[in-house]
Every structure is written in structure tokens, then in C-alpha cells.
Design a protein around this ligand. Structure first.
Ligand code: SF4
Ligand code: SF4
Length: 107
């Protein structure tokens, strides 16, 4: 099983989750993070750290977020690993909770 980063991370990308991951399975794109499902050991540590509540266990993934399972898998193969928290992007709070952010995903 794996954890999955979902839509509300887009343009929020606070990166709080990255600091707690024991196996460095987060990968960073321009405005979103993903988890490599092959590396995630399902430790659950990242989920409560996310201020945007964007993190779900694969088993609890809401139906409307199901495509993010595939997106995490795909993008973790092309984006570089991020293992330390960094400054949040400008306007992160304004984007938190906004609907329909998938179209804003930058690759
Ligand atoms: S803490 Fe949440 S919003 Fe921030 S990068 Fe991680 S998944 Fe994205
Ligand atoms: S569940 Fe654990 S191993 Fe998986 S991404 Fe979160 S912190 Fe990393």
C-alpha cells in the first residue's frame, strides 16, 4: 500500500510532509509533490503533517481523487526527490481548499 498526494497540494506545496518521511519517497514538481508508491512504506507519518489535508492512504482515497494514484506513480518517475522542507510558494494559503486545481498542475 502507499500514501497518495491529492489535488489540494497543487499550488499549496507546503512541504511539511517531506521532513517526516523516513524513506525519502517524495518527489517535487513545479507546483505539486508526489509519492513514489514503490518506495512508500506506509508509515502514516506524513498524513497529519499536511496543513492542506492533501494526503490519503491508498485505501481511503476519495473516489473523486482516484486519478491521483496514477499521477503519483507516473510523476514520481520523472520528478527529483525532495527530502527537506522549503519555503512555501507565494499565495499558498489563498489556494488552500480551492476546487478544480488539477488543470493548474505544471509538469
Ligand atoms: S504537506 Fe501537504 S500540501 Fe504540503 S507538500 Fe506535502 S502534501 Fe503537499
Ligand atoms: S506514509 Fe511514510 S513512507 Fe509513505 S510517504 Fe508518508 S512518510 Fe513517506
Amino acid at each position: 500500500m502507499t500514501f497518495v498526494v491529492t489535488e489540494n497540494c497543487i499550488k499549496c506545496k507546503y512541504t511539511d510532509c517531506v521532513d517526516v518521511c523516513p524513506v525519502d519517497c517524495f518527489h517535487e514538481g513545479p507546483n505539486f509533490l508526489v509519492i513514489d508508491p514503490e518506495e512508500c512504506i506506509d508509515c502514516t507519518l506524513c498524513e497529519p503533517e499536511c496543513p492542506a489535508e492533501a494526503m490519503f492512504s491508498e485505501d481511503d482515497l476519495p473516489d473523486e481523487q482516484s486519478r491521483f494514484l496514477e499521477l503519483n506513480e507516473e510523476l514520481s518517475q520523472v520528478w527529483p526527490v525532495i527530502s527537506e522542507k522549503k519555503e512555501k510558494p507565494e499565495g499558498a494559503e489563498d489556494w488552500d481548499g480551492k476546487p478544480d486545481k488539477l488543470k493548474l498542475l505544471e509538469r
